[in-house]
Design a protein around this ligand. Structure first.
Ligand code: GLC
Length: 791
């Protein structure tokens, strides 16, 4: 299958694009003129008195020569607070400012912001005069009651990406697809399909590639928001929110990598994870009792299928109550976790945000005493049904911590001591949209009260923050409890900036080929939106996959940073060996390949944590000048040197792969393929098509059963030389779990293939760090595995 925008897609995307959104019917008041102009430091404010004593304001701030913030409020500006943004000091420099009766100009070294005075419209150009971002001449910024919105010009040649975790085609160039309309409102969407919107996470950020030049736009607003890409009208892209300010930041490139990097600087980067998190994870809803978990661990080791982490879903708890263990199913958690650790496994437990409303249950009592639970407008505790309503003995409603309140985050975070004390290695936060089983909203009512960092507000404003602030509590709690260890948190719901606290998985997908197909563009766009450490349930959560589907999914996920098999309650076993032959053999080899490539994956992960660039990269991120890459959502790069083209179609044993410029080498066969072309490649069921950019060195290692065995194994650089016999590659290494890397205990090393006295050899040089931080033996080999000496 190719990912060229298909004209058939709109029908399949009914949920995404069908209904005319509510805002289309709003009574928009478009900004006219804002004649009071004032510069103060790096901000220029435009204001005008409007009806009913209001004053309309637009403030334009220069955050760096390439980054400009636009803030509009139909009333006086409120507190300048952001939960997403961590850094607005992006390299502020002086800029030129001119203002006349016709308009104003703000000019940096890289950008010209042209402000038309009446009606008030913005056009942002690069230094060469190319239009990056421009208001629609007829509309521009508008408001209606508490809603705010802006309409931008959309060109037929624009390619649009990002929006975080969204369904639909990779390239959201709306007009060609009949238009896209995306809503940002974190939603529990069991068994979602390719048309479901919104789903769990909200990242109000998009990236436009316009004639080879990229820019990004981030709407920093946590209310329900929406983005319309050419659906309302072919030439328009609009976005806005139900409340709050229209606060958006335009990030210029020109390279898409520049945009992603600057967005990551603005909203933060995902911290370096522990290396074990890159191993294979096995989960299901739920492995219990203890004996079953032990059997699972034994089977992995007996079958010699590598794995690092076993997961406990909700049934490990007593009556689904957070911070409890079922005494009957898990009578001795510390012993179990220690025994698993002996076998090389980490244990992760789920932890949902819904303590049972039950006097006598410590978390409930403490939470009430500490004023930690959210309340209705009348001051009573808000309560609602989630898992504890299904508790066998004492079913009941739940209450919900206010994670927007610092004291509550700290209190909840401290509770994790009971897990770290027994050796639990990571925490899985789920149901944190928050899910509340009361239709039709399936979340809290809009008017439930929240602290919001000391500025009380309602649920409508902070809904999209709930999951992120829960993971912040978990992350900070784990950090405080184990300051020497890198925390590991997985979440379902999150918001822009949430990458600072947790990895994200894409929730309750389906055991269907269409869900596998959808997973790749979703992960690619999510990665472009600041979240590099992501993955989906391998095999599909709802329903049950065929052996072939599971095997292809495992292959397709081999390069997802998060690599976990998971399935819903009451499905048949879904482990790598559950489908008989040939699937067991192939699945084992797939996971082995993941482990063989871990040094390369860890290097890519470290780069992501430093730069914000994704691990799984769409081709357009590295080759934006090549139009052939713009719609490719079914193949991707890992870092810059690996090209992966998973098989996503039932029964297929070959597929078309587009190779960007240069030369590429089949990782499995060594066959050379010329770039700038599409090739049909063999992809028998045992093989994930992987290609290496000619001229690179890939860091590998022998198969290990878990990451704890790596220290004893060499790192093997395999050379994939270009036509001139050159090859080079970088490796990052450290101890894989402590914080010592922050104090320089790491090594970044470059390996280069050389010819010395007519013989090939490999030279290693330190790029950064300390040699003693990575003491594993180094070996070198040619493309077919023949050993090469060090120079
Ligand atoms: C939700 C999660 C799923 C989990 C289940 C039970 O549906 O998305 O992964 O297994 O709850 O906790």
């Amino acid at each position: 299958m190719t990912s060229k925008p298909s004209r058939l897609l709109p029908a399949a995307l009914a949920g995404v694009i069908a209904l005319l959104p509510a805002w289309a019917a709003a009574q928009w008041r478009h900004l006219d003129s804002l004649p009071q102009v004032q510069r103060d430091g790096n901000t220029v404010t435009f204001a005008a008195a409007a009806d009913s004593g209001r004053t309309e304001h637009v403030a334009i701030s220069v955050l760096s020569p390439e980054v400009v913030r636009v803030r509009f409020s139909p009333v006086a500006f409120g507190r300048d607070h952001s939960d997403a943004v961590v850094d607005r000091q992006l390299g502020v420099q002086d800029f030129r400012f001119e203002s006349t009766a016709f308009g104003s100009l703000i000019a940096t070294d890289a950008l010209r912001v042209e402000v038309q005075a009446a009606p008030f419209r913005l056009t942002i150009k690069d230094a060469d005069g190319n239009v990056i971002d421009a208001d629609d001449a007829g509309r521009g910024i508008a408001h209606d009651g508490s809603a705010v919105r802006v309409w931008k010009q959309l060109r037929d040649t624009d390619n649009v990406y990002g929006f975080g975790e969204k369904n639909g085609a990779f390239n959201k160039r709306g007009w060609a697809l009949g238009g896209y309309h995306y809503v940002m409102w974190n939603s529990d969407t069991y068994g979602y399909d390719n048309s479901t919107d919104p789903i769990y996470a909200s990242v109000p950020f998009y990236l436009v590639l316009r004639e080879g030049r990229a820019h990004g736009v981030f709407l920093d607003n946590t209310h329900r928001s929406s983005f319309d890409v050419g659906r309302e009208r072919r030439g328009l892209l609009s976005f806005g929110a139900d409340g709050g300010e229209l606060d958006y930041t335009v990030i210029a490139g020109p390279h898409p990598r520049d945009v992603v990097r600057r967005y990551a600087q603005l909203t933060g980067r995902a911290p370096l994870p522990p290396r074990w998190a890159l191993g294979y994870h096995q989960s299901r809803w739920s492995y219990y009792p203890e004996a079953r978990v032990r059997r699972l661990a034994d089977t992995f080791r007996q079958e010699q299928v590598p794995a690092d982490t076993l997961w406990l879903d909700i049934d490990y708890q007593d009556e689904f109550k957070p911070f409890t263990w079922s005494a009957e199913r898990f009578p001795a958690p510390a012993k179990l976790v220690a025994d698993l650790r002996e076998q090389g496994f980490r244990t992760v437990v789920i932890l949902d945000p819904h303590p049972t409303k039950e006097p006598g249950y410590r978390i409930f009592d403490e939470g009430v005493a500490g004023d930690h639970f959210v309340k209705n407008p009348d001051g009573t505790l808000f309560e609602g049904p989630v898992w504890p309503i299904n508790a066998p003995n004492k079913p009941g409603n739940s209450v919900f911590p206010d994670f927007t309140r610092p004291a509550t985050r700290a209190w909840w975070g401290r509770q994790h001591k009971m897990f770290t004390d027994v050796g639990i290695a990571g925490i899985w936060n789920d149901m944190n949209e928050p899910a509340v089983w009361v239709p039709p909203a399936n979340t809290m009512p809009d008017d439930v009260r929240f602290d919001h960092e000391g500025q009380p507000t309602n649920h409508a404003e902070v809904h999209n923050l709930y999951g992120m602030q829960m993971t912040r509590s978990t992350f900070e709690g784990l950090t405080a409890l184990k300051p020497e260890e890198r925390p590991f948190v997985l979440t379902r719901a999150t918001f822009a900036g949430g990458q600072r606290y947790a990895w994200v998985w894409t929730g309750d997908n389906r055991a269907e080929w269409s869900s596998l197909q959808q997973s790749i563009p979703m992960l690619l766009n999510f990665g472009l939106s600041g979240f590099p450490f992501i993955g989906g349930d391998v095999g599909g959560f709802s329903g049950y996959p065929s052996g072939e589907l599971f095997t292809r999914w495992l292959q397709a996920a081999l390069f997802s940073p998060f690599f976990r098999g998971h399935t819903e309650q009451a499905t048949p076993d879904q482990e790598p060996w559950s489908f008989g032959q040939p699937w067991t053999r192939i699945n084992k080899a797939t996971i082995e390949l993941r482990y063989r490539l871990l040094p390369t994956l860890y290097t890519a992960v470290e780069e992501s944590s430093r730069t914000g660039l994704p691990v799984m990269r769409p081709l357009m991120l590295e080759y934006p000048e090549d139009p052939q890459t713009h719609g490719r959502g079914d193949q991707f790069l890992v870092g810059t040197d690996l090209l992966v083209a998973p098989v996503l179609v039932e029964s297929a044993t070959s597929r078309d792969v587009y190779f960007p410029k240069g030369e590429w080498i089949d990782f499995h066969t060594g066959t050379r393929l010329e770039g700038g072309k599409t090739h049909k490649v063999d992809a028998p069921v045992e093989r994930l098509p992987v290609f290496v950019r000619a001229g690179s060195m890939v860091a590998m290692q022998p198969v290990v059963q878990h990451t704890g065995e790596m220290a004893a194994q060499p790192i093997v650089f395999r050379a994939f030389p270009d036509s001139q016999g050159r090859a080079t590659g970088v490796l990052y290494d450290d101890d894989g779990e402590s914080m010592a890397y922050r104090d320089g205990a790491f090594l970044r090393q470059r390996a280069t293939l050389r010819t010395v006295r007519g013989k090939a050899c490999v030279a290693l040089e330190t790029v950064e760090g300390r040699a003693e931080a990575s003491s594993r033996e180094r070996r070198f080999e040619g493309p077919e595995g023949a050993p090469l000496p060090a120079c």
